[in-house]
Design a protein around this ligand. Structure first.
Ligand code: ADP
Ligand code: MG
Ligand code: MG
Length: 283
């Protein structure tokens, strides 16, 4: 985390001292731990039924190490079904509003809030348009952020860095869009947070076999909810939301192809960032 070091392997895990449980999801139990004097997060398989997801997640963390917008890996011990990542004391983004309230010096900062929307869009760019964002990306097909059936769930897959930016952490369910479509799980999805094409619309009872696949545009459908959460009730928030109304409306197009790309979103967020930057420097 401060200098280059090869990934730790099973024999180094002897020097890991386990601390408090900091998070628990369907797949992993995550503990604050120390390796030597370094703070780390120890992820342990929490449910044997999800072993495949656990290893897929660990492998994706490895694959995405060249990407600065993803969590930094520290070590892997596949035999013990454990891995280590950099510890982030601000936790995941589902608690961001509470975390920001504890930091009044940055809480009411609209530049910081729109930056979160921007970084979120950049993370989507790196998932949807591999090779566009970073050099040497091994996958060429877009990926979908699948573990995102409600806002809280989606946000819990991202961590908040010390400077209140965002990184992608949980990569268990980011399938590649092959043959034009994927499905997020095998169960019927309900509610208005998921994209309309993820809902069962055919006559009769839900059938996983008959449910048509979909693509990365489901993430775009959800992006306005994520950005509006980040903006919260910050001063200037309504002003910013007005500027975003047009692109956020396009994200809700019923036909997935009519929605903007993650790059389009990033561009709009960047322009607003630049305007806010100028107005603060001109004050
Ligand atoms: P699951 O795959 O079971 O959902 P996650 O990888 O999402 O597990 O981790 C569960 C929770 O643990 C996260 O939502 C977050 O609150 C916490 N967590 C995970 N990794 C870290 C970390 N490196 N630093 C701080 N908190 C973490
Ligand atoms: Mg998770
Ligand atoms: Mg997970």
């Amino acid at each position: 985390m401060h200098s280059c070091h090869p990934f730790l392997s099973c024999r180094d895990f002897i020097d890991v001292r386990i601390g408090k449980l900091i998070g628990i999801g369907a797949v992993k139990a995550v503990y604050h731990a120390k390796w030597k004097e370094y703070d780390v997060a120890l992820s342990v398989l929490n449910n044997p039924a999800f072993e495949d997801d656990f290893f897929t997640g660990a492998e994706n963390i490895r694959i995405f190490q060249h990407n600065p917008l993803t969590v930094q890996a520290v070590g892997f011990c596949d035999d013990e079904k454990m891995f280590l990542t950099e510890f982030h004391k601000n936790g995941d983004a589902s608690k961001l509003m509470e975390t920001l309230k504890e930091h009044p010096e940055v809480n009411d900062n609209s530049l910081l809030r729109i930056n979160l929307c921007y970084v979120y869009a950049l993370i989507l760019v790196s998932l949807h348009h591999p090779g566009h964002f970073t050099i040497g990306n091994p996958h060429l097909l877009p990926r979908v952020m699948c573990d995102s059936n409600d806002l809280k769930k989606l946000l819990s897959q991202f961590l908040v860095t010390n400077d209140f930016s965002l990184i992608l952490n949980d990569m268990d369910a980011i399938p590649l869009v092959k043959n034009g479509g994927i499905k997020c799980g095998h169960k019927e999805l309900k509610g208005d947070f998921v994209a309309p094409e993820q809902l069962w619309k055919l006559p009769g009872n839900f059938s996983d076999m008959k449910q048509p696949g979909y693509d990365e545009k489901t993430d775009i459908w959800k992006a306005p909810s994520v950005c509006n959460y980040f903006l919260g009730n910050v001063s200037d928030g309504n002003e910013i939301k007005k500027k975003l109304a047009s692109i956020h409306k396009r994200c809700k197009a019923l036909v997935p192809k009519d929605r903007p790309t993650a790059g389009d979103l990033a561009e709009v967020y960047m322009v607003i960032k630049a305007t806010l930057n100028n107005s603060t420097t001109n004050k």
